[in-house]
Design a protein around this ligand. Structure first.
Ligand code: C5P
Ligand code: C5P
Ligand code: ZN
Length: 457
C-alpha cells in the first residue's frame, strides 16, 4: 500500500491544478480536508467539492470541467476503470473488484485489507499525504476522526489494521492519544445523565431512553450531578466515580442476561485530539465526527471543511448550531421510523420513511435502530427515504454477527440496484443504493433473495 501511496503522491506532485471530489459524511469531509491541506501546503492550484454520490451528472460535469487532475477521496473506486478521459487519482476504501487494481487507485481491498474496519477514506488519503511530505503527519488526527466517523472501532472496540499505524503517527507528533474509557457517545460534552440516556452500543436496560431512571441511578450511587450551575460531564467525574458507574452498568447488563460479549462493549479505546480544548466537540474523535456529520450532510460543506482546517472560532460556532439541528433530526427520525413501523420479512426487515427522514441521514437512523432494544439484530435493516427527484435512497445496515455468517450488503445492494439501473455499494456491514421511486417492493424481493443466498447457500 505504501508503494502505491507514493505513486499517487508523485502524480499529485507532478500536477499544477487539482480538483478534489469527496463524500458528504465525516470520513469524506476529513478525507477531503487532508487532501485540501496537502495541496495548500504544496502551493498547488486547488479546489474541492462535496457530493452525495458519484453519478453521471457529477461525472459528466467533471469531464466538461477538464481539470488537470481530479483527486477522488472516500469515493471513486466505482469509476476507477471507467471515465478514462478524467485524469484522476483515487483514495477510497469501499468494496471494489480486483480488476480496478490500477496505478492511480489506492484502496485497501486491493492490498488484502478490509476497508470496513482497517482503514477509512480519510486514512488512505492520509497515506498519500504522508508519502508526499512527512510534515503532513499532523493530519493523522483527522484520519482517526474519519475512521471513527465510519465506526471502524466498533468491531474490536478499538481501531485496527492500518488505522493503528496512523494512530501511532499521531502519537509520535503529539496530535492524538488513545486511552481506555467508557465508549458511550458524549464523554466530553454531555451531562452524565444525558450520556447514559442516549447510550446505544450497548443499550443499558432500564436506563437508555429514560431520563428520570438515569437520574435516580446516579443518585443511588451517590454521584453528585451538579457542580454549581453546571451539570457534570463524564470528564468531570473522579476516577472512583467513573469506576463505580461502569461496574454498576456491567452488573445491570449481566443480571439482565446480556452476557460478557455485550457487557465488554461498555469500555474500549477512545481517541483524544491532544491539541484541542478538553470539553469541546473537537477533543474526542467520535464527537468530532458527529459534529462533521451535522455539516455536509445538510449541504453546509464549508463549515465542516473550515473546522477540519483548524478554525475554532466562527466556523466552529456554526458547526455547533448545526449539531443541535442534527441531534433533533436524529431523535425525530428515530421516532418517525418507529411510528411508521418496521416490517419483518423472512431474511430482512425494513421501514419506509418517505419524506419523513432526509436521504442523507436515513443510514444513521437505520444503524441506531438496529442497535436499539426494540429492534431485532437477527435480520439486516433496510431504510428507504425519498430523494426528491423521483428517486429513492436505500440504506442497509447489519451486525458483525451477520457479516461473520457470510452477509455482504455491498454486493447484495449493488446487485439489487443494478436490476433497476440504479447504483449501489459500500461495505459488507453497511451499504447504500439509489433506485427509482415505486420499485421498492421489487427491490426488496431481489435483495432478500441475494441475502438468503449469502447466508444459507
Ligand atoms: O461511505 P462510508 O464508507 O464513509 O460510510 C461507512 C458507513 O458504514 C457509515 O455510515 C458507518 O456508520 C457504517 N458502518 C456501520 N457499522 C460498522 C462500520 C461502518 O454501520 N461496524
Ligand atoms: O448512505 P449510507 O450511509 O447508507 O451508505 C452506506 C455505505 O454505502 C457508505 O459507505 C456509502 O458510501 C456507500 N454507498 C455506495 N453507493 C451508493 C450509496 C451508498 O457505495 N449508491
Ligand atoms: Zn468512508
Amino acid at each position: 500500500m505504501f508503494k502505491r501511496a507514493e505513486k499517487l503522491g508523485e502524480i499529485v506532485k507532478n500536477s499544477k491544478e487539482i480538483h478534489i471530489v469527496t463524500h458528504i459524511d465525516a470520513d469524506g469531509i476529513t478525507a477531503g480536508s487532508i487532501a485540501y491541506q496537502t495541496l495548500k501546503r504544496l502551493g498547488k492550484e486547488y479546489s474541492i467539492e462535496f457530493v452525495k454520490q458519484l453519478d453521471e451528472e457529477v461525472l459528466g460535469r467533471l469531464k466538461d470541467a477538464n481539470h488537470e487532475l481530479v483527486w477522488f477521496t472516500d469515493l471513486g473506486s466505482s469509476v476507477s476503470n471507467t471515465y478514462t478521459d478524467i485524469k484522476k487519482v483515487i483514495t477510497d476504501h469501499h468494496a471494489c473488484p480486483e480488476k480496478s487494481d490500477l496505478p492511480f487507485h489506492l484502496n485497501p481491498h486491493l492490498f488484502g485489507l478490509d476497508g470496513s474496519y482497517e482503514i477509512s477514506g480519510a486514512g488512505v488519503t492520509y497515506l498519500v499525504s504522508r508519502a508526499i511530505d512527512k510534515k503532513n503527519m499532523d493530519l493523522s488526527s483527522l484520519a482517526i476522526v474519519g475512521a471513527c466517523g465510519d465506526l471502524q472501532d466498533r468491531r474490536f472496540l478499538k481501531l485496527n489494521g492500518a488505522n493503528r499505524d496512523i494512530l501511532s503517527d499521531g502519537e509520535k507528533v503529539g496530535t492524538i492519544k488513545s486511552k481506555i474509557d467508557i465508549r458511550f457517545f458524549g464523554r466530553e460534552t454531555r451531562s452524565v445523565q444525558k450520556m447514559l440516556q442516549y447510550a446505544s452500543d450497548p443499550i443499558i436496560p432500564g436506563l437508555t431512553g429514560r431520563e428520570s431512571a438515569c437520574i435516580s441511578f446516579l443518585q443511588e450511587l451517590g454521584i453528585t450531578m451538579q457542580d454549581g450551575d453546571e451539570l457534570r460531564r463524564w470528564v468531570d467525574l473522579s476516577k472512583d466515580e467513573r469506576r463505580l458507574i461502569i461496574s454498576d452498568i456491567a452488573q445491570l447488563l449481566l443480571t439482565k442476561g446480556f452476557g460478557h460479549k455485550t457487557t465488554r462493549r461498555i469500555i474500549g479505546e477512545v481517541y483524544v485530539l491532544t491539541k484541542e480544548k478538553e470539553g469541546t466537540e473537537v477533543h474526542d474523535a467520535k464527537e468530532f465526527a458527529t459534529l462533521l456529520n451535522s455539516t455536509a450532510r445538510y449541504g453546509k460543506y464549508d463549515v465542516g471543511l473550515e473546522v477540519c482546517l483548524g478554525d475554532r472560532d466562527k466556523w466552529l460556532e456554526k458547526a455547533r448550531n448545526l449539531l443541535l439541528g442534527h441531534r433533533a433530526n436524529l431523535v425525530e427520525g428515530l421516532q418517525f421510523a418507529r411510528e411508521e413501523g418496521i416490517t419483518k420479512r423472512k431474511h430482512l426487515q425494513f421501514f419506509h420513511a418517505g419524506s419523513g427522514i432526509r436521504d442523507t441521514i436515513v443510514g444513521i437512523v437505520a444503524n441506531m435502530l438496529l442497535n436499539s432494544e426494540d429492534v431485532s439484530g437477527d435480520l439486516p435493516l433496510i431504510g428507504f427515504a425519498n430523494k426528491g427527484d423521483g428517486e429513492i435512497k436505500v440504506s442497509a445496515r447489519a451486525t458483525q454477527e451477520l457479516v461473520e455468517r457470510g452477509l455482504n450488503l455491498s454486493l447484495a445492494m449493488k446487485k439489487a440496484a443494478i436490476a433497476f439501473d440504479g447504483m449501489g455499494g459500500g461495505h459488507n456491514i453497511a451499504a447504500g443504493a439509489t433506485i427509482p421511486k415505486g420499485k421498492e417492493e421489487e427491490f426488496l424481493d431481489i435483495l432478500e433473495k441475494e441475502i438468503k443466498s449469502q447466508l444459507y447457500d
